[in-house]
Design a binder for this molecule. Structure first.
Ligand SMILES: Cc1cc2nc3c(=O)[nH]c(=O)nc-3n(C[C@H](O)[C@H](O)[C@H](O)COP(=O)(O)OP(=O)(O)OC[C@H]3O[C@@H](n4cnc5c(N)ncnc54)[C@H](O)[C@@H]3O)c2cc1C
Length: 391
């Protein structure tokens, strides 16, 4: 049996970040991760970081490589009707920008930092179960190989992603779930090629949405909207590149450099929020409590705001004996989450082709885009949300 102040379930960005920040404040944590480290680091996911996330990385003493290798982006393009229109984030957000730095790299930096400080991260932890969450003495049981063990703690953080077990430890009579499933997914390809543009290009096209993104100036990430019924086998590399080119404005398609895919996956688009984010001594954070469609890059960035609130609430608890921030966590985190949900839903509706829409709704979508590029007020709304609302 082990004893620790805080037991964190999940060694993704949320769990690692919180454990690193708390460690630096002298608060003892242990992280239980279901998979081996190589598996966690093999996931290709988010790539656009808000200023607030970057600040948190620096506070966690993990920002050095991000600041050296990450790219500052002051805007992006929206391609529509065969042309490109730029969204000047810097101008319309009052001087803010985002950083392009892959989730894989950021997770590696967090693991390295945990190693440097001798942080406790247990991999291959299976059958994780949470107990006595409504008491002052919760505990967690788990199994690694043939060994089962128990961790006694004061708090449990559920940072185990959408498919984790933490959220399901909240009784169904207490948990409220809000969900929207979109009728399509994103087929993503990672390729070791020079990106078609130094900034992101979001593409609205009659054949469906596309996104030209990047991880660096030698690593490109491209996506196309596909029906949910499609699988990877339906999309050999040549078919993917041909379809992407069809959706890009001619001048952009002409300069697209293609190459073999080094990763290819289909992600269904979903919006989801679980309420409340606290149950007794359990606090949910990140994807364990909410999922965003990737349009607008809110997923990882919203995990960061949960971590920021929890980090400060735990400091107030352990250093000042003040529980007001822990008590207010769920309400405060959800207030920001819902605003981010609104934005990612809006951007998804603005740019995708909805197969079940009536022609009237298609015209409204065109009007929404036309309004955006004719109004500085509309631009400001987009920029303010894209660079991230304050924590
Ligand atoms: C395919 C895909 C593409 C994405 N693209 C983007 C994007 O472009 N932009 C963006 O902002 N966001 C994107 N996201 C979302 C972003 O990756 C997540 O918001 C982010 O990973 C959240 O971090 P997290 O630590 O909360 O959850 P996760 O990264 O899911 O980490 C949870 C961890 O918990 C572990 N775990 C699960 N179950 C258990 C258990 N029972 N016991 C112990 N450990 C467990 C998992 O193995 C995992 O390591 C994408 C997500 C996916 C799936």
């Amino acid at each position: 049996m082990m004893k620790v102040q805080i037991c964190i379930i999940g060694g993704g960005p949320s769990g690692l970040m919180l454990s690193q920040l708390l460690h630096l404040q002298g608060i003892d944590t242990i992280v239980l991760e279901k998979y081996p480290r190589e598996h966690v680091l093999g996931r290709i996911r988010a790539g656009v970081l808000e200023h607030g996330f970057a600040e948190l990385m620096r506070e966690a003493q993990c920002g050095e490589r991000m600041d050296r290798e990450g790219e500052i982006h002051r805007g992006f393009d929206i391609a529509h009707d065969g042309r490109l229109d730029r969204v000047d984030l810097y101008k319309y957000s009052g001087g803010n920008s985002v950083i392009v730095y892959g989730q894989t790299e950021l997770t590696r930096d967090l693991y390295d930092a945990r190693d440097r400080l001798g942080g406790k991260v247990l991999h291959n932890a299976e059958d994780v179960a949470l107990h006595e969450l409504m008491s002052d003495a919760p505990y967690v049981t788990y199994r690694i190989g043939d060994m089962t063990d128990r961790i006694d703690c004061q708090f449990v953080i559920g940072a185990d992603g959408f498919h984790g077990i933490s959220r399901n430890s909240i009784p169904s009579g207490v948990l409220r779930e809000y969900e929207k499933i979109y009728p399509f997914g994103w087929l993503g390809v990672l390729s070791q090629t020079k990106p078609v543009s130094p900034e992101l290009i979001y593409v609205k096209h009659a054949r469906g949405f596309a996104l030209c993104s990047l991880r660096s100036q030698v690593l490109s990430r491209y996506y196309i909207q596909v029906p949910l019924t499609d699988s990877i086998e339906d999309w050999p590399d040549e078919a993917f590149w041909a379809e992407l080119k069809c959706r890009l404005p001619e001048a952009v398609a002409a300069r697209l450099i293609t190459g073999p895919s080094i990763e290819k996956s289909i992600a269904p688009l979903r919006s989801y929020v679980a309420e409340p984010m606290r149950y007794g001594r359990l606090f949910l954070a990140g994807d364990a409590a909410h999922i965003f469609p990737p349009t607008g890059a809110r997923g990882l960035n919203s995990a960061a705001s949960d971590i920021y609130y929890l980090y400060h609430a735990m400091i107030a608890h352990y250093k000042k004996g003040d529980d007001s921030e822990l008590d207010g966590y769920s309400q405060k985190a959800l207030a920001r989450i819902w605003k981010a949900q609104r934005f990612s839903w809006w951007m998804t509706m603005l740019l995708h082709r909805f197969p079940d829409r009536v022609a009237y709704e298609d015209r409204l979508q065109e009007a929404e885009l036309a309004y955006l590029f004719s109004s500085e007020t509309a631009m400001r709304l987009l920029a303010e949300n894209y660079v991230g609302l304050p924590f």
